[in-house]
Design a protein around this ligand. Sequence first.
Ligand SMILES: NC(=O)c1ccc[n+]([C@@H]2O[C@H](COP(=O)([O-])OP(=O)(O)OC[C@H]3O[C@@H](n4cnc5c(N)ncnc54)[C@H](OP(=O)(O)O)[C@@H]3O)[C@@H](O)[C@H]2O)c1
Length: 267
Amino acid sequence: MATFSEKYGRWALVCGASEGMGAEFGRQLALRGLDVILVARRAEALESVKQRIVAETKRDVRCVTADLSAPEAIDEVVKAVGDLEIGLVVYNAALSPVGPFLQQTVAENLKAIDVNVRGPIAFSHHFGAKMAARGRGALVLLSSLTAFQGSPFVTTYGATKAFNLAFAEGLWFELKSSGVEVLSVCAGATRTPNLLKAAPNGAPGMLEPAQVVTEALDALGGGPTMIPGAFNRVASFFMRKVLTRKATISIMGDQTKKLQNPKALPR
Ligand SMILES: NC(=O)c1ccc[n+]([C@@H]2O[C@H](COP(=O)([O-])OP(=O)(O)OC[C@H]3O[C@@H](n4cnc5c(N)ncnc54)[C@H](OP(=O)(O)O)[C@@H]3O)[C@@H](O)[C@H]2O)c1
């Protein structure tokens, strides 16, 4: 069986890799034989993820600090990467304004669009074009179970995740004839620092990042969409195929309200 490096190329780029799921993507891609570029805002956090991955895998790991909410982030990352062959891109970073929409600012919602929508478009366009020209590569876009219906109290975030799902599905079809695989990972609750900030007691069926990442990487090539975890797959089946859309939205709203840390609300 072909290795990841034979299938996709030598280097992986992970956007949003300084902790949680992104750091785990970096680790597991290195364990699967790729050299890895880790992108996030916090240089120290990136460096410590890098040290851990290098100690465990002996792969070449590099860090790039960039704020993915900025339109110029793509140019900064492209410059930092130089002529390395990026064979696999994981766009993991996201911003999730939590709480009632009307109590949030327009600015923070638009920033979520920048990180969660503009970013995937810019990175998929640049690196997808290079992959298509080489005839191999993979794009992994993080979506969420919030993508399948309106998700109250993370309303804008959920809508950006719906974008990622639809975007990845369209690209999956467009790029498959050029040898580029596209996968949207519709994760459910996953134990990351971000999730625990918003829901300190966790959530039903919460998975560890390692399981989500293993299932996602195993699903590569099958595309266009996967849901990690049996609990999430069953819950999602019921919510999409059995319940009415109104009922599903209400369950999402009630659950999110219950799980939220009131301190995570903007005011
Ligand atoms: N955790 C869950 O329960 C869950 C559920 C469903 C879907 N997901 C999806 O899975 C992905 C990761 O989830 P997570 O939020 O729990 O995150 P995570 O992977 O644990 O960490 C988020 C990463 O993104 C980086 N990041 C955030 N804003 C950034 C910016 N403006 N510029 C550069 N880097 C940025 C953070 O680093 P810095 O702070 O250092 O920049 C951090 O490394 C997201 O796409 C999310 O939508 C998560």
